[in-house]
Ligand binder design. Sequence first.
Ligand code: GAR
Length: 205
Amino acid sequence: MKPNGLKNLGILLSGRGSNFVAIADSIDAGRIPGARIAVVISNRADAPGVETARKRGLNALVSASKGKEREAHDREVVAALKKHNVDLICLAGYMRLLSPWFVRQFPQRILNIHPSLLPAFPGLEAQQQAFAYGVKVSGCTVHFVDEELDHGAIIVQKTVPVLDSDDEHTLAERILEQEHKAYSEAIGIVLEGKFEVVGRRLVRS
Ligand code: GAR
């Protein structure tokens, strides 16, 4: 908590950054009370999300991961997050697995968004996996990050029907619309703090 009462968010991304933009828009519109984006960090210099963040007047930096050992890179990222006094980290299309060391620095303070209804279709290209499997309903999940891939306690899920007329792109687009809503909702729930995690279950009080 900062003296002005705001919680500092640190956004990690690797690409387009549409989830980051949705979070920033929600904050600007007052839909996530008490939050500000303290820093945006990309592990790729060419991530469009970095430029978008700078255009919005936000601190945005690149900590290139290519060729670096995972934990060595994570130490750079964590140093930047701590320098900006980040309270909550939001992975927003951050396509790099965090080391157990990173996760332990911020217990229950790292969120991720994944474009499927976990535990179905973890890993890469979840929307394509779901489409190819033939599910009739898919969606997205915002969850706490633990030391396993796409695994921590679930905060928010939103469902999306798979239509006969869909291809994997149209399905991914409709899932993305729901992602943009789900992430802000999940951040609001976590910052409000009125929940406990019982086993794997996030129970709101
Ligand atoms: C989003 O669909 C997000 O759920 C996914 O990457 C995309 C990033 O888009 N993340 C993962 O697959 C993580 N396993 P964005 O850069 O426009 O937010």
